[in-house]
Design a protein around this ligand. Structure first.
Ligand code: ADP
Length: 766
């Protein structure tokens, strides 16, 4: 997770963790602590204030009640002495400002004296039905305190005290109604009923200051609000029993001995809810005299007001400063990250081989130093790269040279690595498998490229043992063809380029074929020589036979002669071949009457042709044709072509011998309608010992050297020899040699005879 974050976010997160988090935590703890402190202080203050105000109310009410009680115990008043009572009550009224109406009532409820606002009232009434008068019937020496009511906008409470006869007043407190009735029953003369103005007490309650928003109010023992700062509560005469503190004080007020309870009562402020549903710190205190409850409430918000204000200020400061700080951090990170980015871009550029732009390095911080170091490194790298490139170029040149040298080698060469894969090869090697170029072989295992058999088994790579190994007559298969090769394998030790073997491969197929053809030639030549010789000796015997007729004798002589001709031409051929092989073929050019030579040659072969009923036709221009050449050699060529034409014709066919002048050459053509030559063999016909095999030359005699010799002779003359042939239809063999031009050739002539063979004795040069 952390690793996947971008640097910017990491710094931001670190900033938040290191600075903001502690601040927030400290603030939270401080807030909590301060709130506790404030709450405690507020509770103490509230407790103090509540206690003091409650004590004061208790004290004021006690004083009021005591005042009324002690006045009621005045002799004149107790004796219902009206005159004296007037004075006493006026004095009392003067003394007690809060006693707004003081009435002396007899036991029948008749008002005897009434002091209203410090003045005697004349209009006296009977108060039998009033609440206050009930004190007379209660048979108690205890004052009766009535409900609070509002009179002319002032809160008024009525205290009524029974008037008892003097003698029965005792210090003894009686608790039983029965006892009281027994003791005082007949002695209650009337009552002193005093209306007390509570305005001062109310002001005391209303003006009590509890923090900023705290307040106090009084409820009676039924939970009814007596004085409350909220006018609505007062005007609606709300019962506040639902308020927790009111409930609490109501419970206390129910205590059996209230005064005792109040004396030891301790108000403990706790958090509760106010009548308006606000969370408050509240406490209450009972007023024993009147059975009221004093309630103090201070909203928690007000308790925590100061600290909350500080917290709010802190929050605002946070709210403003954190985004600001984040922006600053972002700006700061940018100043750090941008150079890093530039650095990264630079690295990418350089990794792609672009050293043209260095990384910008402003300032002196660590990143700039790094950028500068990086630029230095890039410079070094570039220099190194250039050196390597230069080296590479020379290496490539070396390689090209090596390849060129390898390609000039006529033998195949392959270089193998330790896995016997081809590292290098030459053109000859590629040509063995008809590959376009040697790069097609690179990287392949050589035994997958070349199919080799050695001693009738597939060539095994394990055979490459020892430092130099020779393999003769290895068979190589390429498609349908097969070649014979000799392999020389040389092991290279510790080559830094991983070269392990260098193999040179020699194609021995042509040599083998030549050897085979030579062998064929020898057996054919022996056969060819023997046949006419056997025939000649046979005919000679028949000629000498006495039973042979003259006609027969002439025929046998012709036959013997024809066979002798064949023998001669055969021997001529063999001699020529030997000359050619010895490079001793020299032609002595002289003017030759070619028309005559052709006729003579045809004449000498006519008999041979006639034995197979083959007619020979000669086509010559009227003007004798003259060639510039060696008569004996050219006659051999002509004899070869005519012999072949007869030889490869069917019986009864025709052979045409034609000579003509074409420009400054004499072209001689020998045409037959024989077996013809298949297209695919055309290119091989003039090769030494070549004899078309198969159906074409089945049973044919011959040595396969005739055309080879003919071509050699014509080439020596600077002429040309060729043929047109359609398989199964016949062949036209033709050759052209220079025509004799008197003007041109005169100087070269060595004089003597212009025609005939006698001058060409040099032909048989030894
Ligand atoms: P060969 O002694 O076998 O005739 P050549 O060199 O004269 O030797 O001829 C080579 C081969 O060419 C022959 O074996 C034959 O197959 C073919 N050939 C030569 N001349 C003809 C021809 N006129 N018609 C058909 N095939 C010919």
């Amino acid at each position: 997770m952390w690793a996947r974050l971008k640097l910017k976010n990491k710094i931001l997160l670190l900033f938040l963790i290191l600075s903001v988090l502690p601040l927030v935590l400290i603030n939270g703890i401080w807030l909590r602590y301060s709130q506790d402190q404030l709450k405690q202080a507020a509770a103490e203050e509230q407790e103090l204030l509540l206690n003091s105000i409650a004590q004061r109310i208790n004290a004021v009410l006690d004083a009021q009640v005591n005042g009324v009680v002690s006045t009621s115990q005045d002799v004149d008043i107790a004796a219902l002495n009206v005159e004296a009572s007037r004075l006493r009550l006026l004095e009392f009224s003067n003394r007690e400002n809060d006693a707004v109406r003081i009435a002396l009532v007899d036991r029948d409820g008749n008002e005897l004296v009434v002091v209203d606002d410090g003045a005697l009232l004349q209009d006296l009434q009977n108060v039998t039905g009033t609440d206050a008068f009930r004190v007379v019937q209660l048979v108690s020496n205890k004052p009766l305190i009535g409900d609070v009511r509002e009179v002319e906008g002032r809160p008024i409470v009525t205290i009524s005290v029974p008037l008892l006869s003097q003698g029965n007043l005792g210090s003894q407190e009686l608790t039983s109604t029965e006892a009281l009735s027994r003791r005082f029953g007949g002695d209650i003369r009337g009552a002193l009923i005093v209306d007390i103005d509570l305005t001062e007490l109310w002001t005391l309650v209303l003006e009590a200051k509890l923090g900023d928003e705290g307040y106090m109010y009084l409820v009676d023992n039924a939970g009814q609000a007596l004085v409350h700062p909220n006018q609505d509560v007062m005007s609606e005469q709300l019962n506040l029993s639902f308020v927790q503190e009111v409930q609490k004080v109501k419970e206390v007020l129910r205590a059996f001995n209230l005064e005792e309870t109040v004396r030891s009562y301790e108000a403990v402020p706790v958090i509760s809810e106010s009548e308006s549903g606000v969370s408050v710190l509240g406490s209450s205190f009972p007023i024993s005299q009147t059975e009221w409850g004093l309630v103090a409430l201070e909203p928690v918000s007000s308790v925590y007001g100061s600290v909350n204000r500080i917290a709010l200020t802190a929050f605002i400061i946070f709210a403003v400063s954190i985004p600001l700080a984040i922006i600053l951090v972002l700006i700061a990170t940018k100043t750090v990250i941008n150079p890093i980015r530039e650095l990264a871009d630079g690295v990418i550029r350089m990794s792609q081989g672009d050293f043209s732009r260095p990384i910008e390095a402003r300032g002196n911080d660590e990143l700039s130093v790094l950028a500068r170091l990086f630029n230095n490194m890039a410079d070094n790298l570039r220099a190194l790269l250039e050196r390597i490139r230069a080296k590479n170029v020379s290496l490539l040149a070396e390689q090209a040279k090596l390849q060129a040298v390898l390609d000039t080698i006529a033998d195949g060469v392959i270089v193998l690595d330790h896995e016997q894969n081809i590292v290098l090869s030459n053109k000859t090697m590629a040509s063995f498998v008809n590959a376009q170029d040697q790069s097609a072989l690179r990287g392949k295992n050589w035994l997958n490229v070349f199919t080799l058999y050695y001693e009738d088994e597939p060539f095994n790579s394990d055979l490459l043992k020892g430092d130099t190994v020779y393999f003769h007559d290895v068979l190589m298969r390429v498609g349908d063809e097969q070649k014979f090769i000799d392999i020389t394998a040389i092991r290279i030790l510790n080559d830094p380029n991983g070269i392990v073997f260098i193999l040179t491969v020699q194609d021995t197929t042509p040599r083998r074929e030549l050897e085979n053809m030579k062998l064929d030639f020898v057996s054919m030549a022996a056969h060819e020589l023997r046949t006419p010789l056997t025939a000649i000796s046979g005919y000679l015997k028949l000629i000498n036979d006495d039973e042979t007729s003259n006609e027969e004798r002439e025929s046998f002589t012709n036959l013997a002669n024809s066979n002798a001709n064949m023998l001669e031409s055969l021997i001529n051929n063999m001699l020529s071949l030997s000359r050619i092989e010895r490079n001793a073929l020299v032609v002595h050019k002289k003017p030759v009457n070619w028309s005559e030579l052709v006729r003579e040659e045809v004449e000498s072969l006519k008999f041979m042709a006639s034995t197979r009923n083959i007619e020979m036709e000669v086509e010559l221009p009227e003007e004798p044709l003259k060639v510039w050449g060696d008569a004996i050699a050219l006659r051999e060529v002509l004899a070869n072509l005519i012999n072949n034409a007869v030889h490869y014709s069917e019986d009864n066919q025709k052979v045409l011998i034609k000579a003509e002048q074409v420009d400054d050459t004499i072209k001689t053509t020998v045409s037959d309608h024989g077996i013809g030559i298949p297209e695919r063999l055309h290119s091989k016909l003039f090769t030494k010992y070549y004899r078309a095999k198969g159906g074409l030359a089945t049973n044919s005699q011959g040595t396969g050297i005739g055309l080879f010799i003919s071509k050699s002779i014509i080439d020596a003359h600077g002429g040309s020899i060729n043929f047109d042939s359609t398989f199964g239809q016949g062949s036209d063999f033709y050759f052209s040699v220079e025509a004799y031009d008197r003007n041109k050739h005169r100087q070269s002539e060595s004089g003597g005879d212009t025609i005939g063979e006698s001058s060409n004795v040099d032909w048989f040069k030894k």
